[in-house]
Design a protein around this ligand. Structure first.
Ligand code: NAD
Length: 485
């Protein structure tokens, strides 16, 4: 039997589910059928206040606990998430439409990895001793205070955990607002954290669209904002946070290049392009949507790619044999269809898909364009759907120059058997998360994040600790104070 998607209440504040039917209704639509499966309410100003007040009230006590104790709570939560992986994966599938085949291995499991990793680090957050001759100084790593997390809709469980785990490990409290498109999963994360022993108020969830996010970002009690979302939203949130000199982490969009040289292992390169364009129906920020293929192997690459796309199993996302789901919403499908039409109008060659399967829900075929040029809209703008563009190139210099000619800088990939070339090329690509003979790996041990318009700061790894804590420097004089008068 599939999990019941209806939450106990819309919000989670001060350790318990909270409802306020006065907030705007937000229907939760199952993308595979278009049916309403649950309904929540956006937070009213009173609820935003309650969430912020509860986080503020809880934060200092939480920070005062020994790091190992905080870590133990996070590690227990990781264990619970793994025990309930199936239930959480089904909920993620209902919330997003992503196939269960994916959610069983990529969502609650990734969230659990983050909770486990930062749980382990919580007891190891130390400062340093700085000798100064007779005198000395020391540093203390302190939490920032109240952090706000705002999520996108493509990985709702993972995003909540990637933000909560480092924030809580450092002794902060958090108010998290999921995307209004996928409000369900973060509530489960909150429940599990409390079940694992998290004191009430340390992690709160409020629902709502941009205006609720804005109210959180501009509250004077907030010390930090971590957003996962698009570049236009990132600009607004960064600006609003700057007004109060708040810390930020910005995980934004991309238009990442994937370079396939003629000496590449063709099967692996095609596999990388498939993973980097069609996993989660293309709704992945780091996707390598500009696939630059060296001219000599282009037709072979396209033949093999289209052959392998015949292996796509589109269908009921709750059937584990399905490996390709719908788009998250009708709106997102319209956006993607608009780009497919634009690609055809501007002269790109449609070699696969492009259509809209005749079934209820928000389906779109995996789509491949060839002969794409740098000036085409589909080569410049983030589509956030299953649309792969193949661009031809001749030689390393040209590939690097064209790959870098974008305002984005989230990811980049290189497929070649020549490892010297792989490192030389990656060294010159301006992107935060790079892959050699692979694509879209995101283990918690490795920093993740973008350069240029794709973002500020890093999630995962020890690097995330820098973004959820600050250093206090303490100078200690051992002798007398020599004042001039
Ligand atoms: P979005 O920018 O529309 O919304 C993101 C979140 O911001 C939502 O929760 C939304 O309610 C909130 N929001 C909107 N306006 C706001 C405002 N003025 N103040 C505060 N909050 C506001 O993005 P989306 O459509 O949900 O997600 C898709 C985008 O996210 C894509 O661009 C994708 O590349 C990006 N993304 C990035 C990463 C990453 O790690 N770099 C991961 C996943 C998705």
């Amino acid at each position: 039997m599939t999990v019941d998607p209806r939450p106990k209440a819309s919000h989670f504040i001060a350790g318990r589910p909270v409802e306020d039917a006065a907030g705007d209704p937000i229907p939760v639509i199952y993308p595979a059928t278009g049916e309403e499966i649950a309904r929540v309410h956006g937070a009213t100003p009173d609820l935003v206040e309650a969430a912020i007040a509860s986080a503020r009230a809880a934060q200092e006590d939480w920070a005062a606990r020994p790091g190992v104790e905080r870590g133990r709570v996070l590690r227990r939560a990781a264990d619970i998430m793994r025990e309930r992986n199936r239930e959480l994966s089904e909920l993620e599938t209902l919330d997003t439409g992503k196939p269960l085949q994916e959610t069983l291995v990529a969502d609650a499991t990734s969230g659990a990895d983050a909770l486990e990793y930062f749980g382990g680090l919580a007891g190891a957050l130390t400062g340093e001793h700085i000798p100064l001759g007779q005198d000395w100084a020391y540093t203390v790593r302190e939490p920032l205070g109240l952090c706000v997390g705002i999520g996108a809709w493509n990985y709702p469980t993972q995003i909540a955990c990637w933000k909560a785990a480092p924030a809580l490990a450092c002794g902060n409290a958090m108010v998290f607002k999921p995307s209004e498109t996928t409000p369900l999963c973060a509530l489960k994360v909150a429940e599990i954290l409390v079940e694992a022993g998290l004191p009430e108020g340390v992690f709160n969830v409020v629902q709502g669209a941009g205006e609720v996010g804005h109210a959180l970002v501009t509250d004077p009690r907030v010390a930090k904002v971590s957003l996962t979302g698009s570049v236009p939203t990132g600009r607004k949130v960064y600006q609003a946070a700057a007004e109060g000199i708040r810390h930020v982490t910005m995980e934004l969009g991309g238009k990442s290049p994937l370079l396939v040289f003629s000496d590449a292992d063709l099967e692996n390169a095609v596999g990388g392009a498939i993973l980097g364009n069609f996993y989660s129906t293309g709704q992945v920020c780091s996707n390598g949507t500009r696939v630059f293929v060296e001219r000599g192997i282009k037709e072979r690459f396209l033949d093999r790619l289209t052959e392998r796309l015949e292996g796509i199993a589109m269908g009921d996302p709750l059937d584990e044999a399905t490996n390709f789901g719908p788009m998250v919403s009708a709106r997102q499908r319209e956006i993607v269809q608009g780009y497919i039409a634009k690609g055809q109008e501007e002269g790109a060659r449609l070699v696969h898909g492009g259509g809209r399967p005749n079934r209820p829900g928000f389906w779109i075929e995996p789509t491949v364009f060839a002969d794409v040029t740098d000036d085409m809209t589909i080569a410049r703008e983030e589509i956030f759907g299953p649309v792969l563009s193949v661009l031809d190139f001749d030689g390393e210099e040209e590939a690097i120059r064209r790959a870098n000619a974008t305002e984005y800088g989230l990811s980049a990939g290189v497929f070649t058997r020549d490892l010297a070339r792989a490192h030389r090329v990656i060294g010159r690509l301006r992107a935060g998360s790079c892959y050699i003979n692979s694509y879209n790996d995101a283990p918690v041990e490795v920093p993740f994040g973008g350069t240029k318009a794709s973002g500020v700061g890093r999630e995962n790894s020890r690097a995330a600790i820098e973004h959820y804590s600050q250093l206090k420097s303490v100078f200690v004089r051992m002798g007398d104070v020599e004042a001039p008068y």
